[in-house]
Design a protein. Structure first.
Length: 79
């Protein structure tokens, strides 16, 4: 069975492009925009006190959790 995932020559990268004739139908959500607001009391930024971040977790997974076969499979999949 053949599945045409490209929708022919119609663009398939716009949100809700089906039935819109290829026009961009994306609508900006006005509730999501940034607006300054007043805060009272103490406000500060704090560095998280846990080591979970986007860089150390994958490194620990690769070096300490995976065995050699899993590492080779991961490298092969990424290459």
């Amino acid at each position: 069975m053949r599945v045409d995932g490209n929708q022919g020559s119609a663009p398939n990268y716009e949100p809700n492009s089906m039935g819109s004739g290829g026009r961009n139908t994306f609508l900006f959500n006005k509730d999501a925009r940034y607006e300054p607001y007043r805060i009272t009391g103490l406000v500060a930024r704090h560095k998280p006190n846990h080591p979970n971040d986007d860089f150390s977790q994958p490194g620990v997974l690769f070096r300490k959790v995976m065995d050699e076969a899993a590492r080779q499979a991961t490298i092969k999949n990424l290459a």
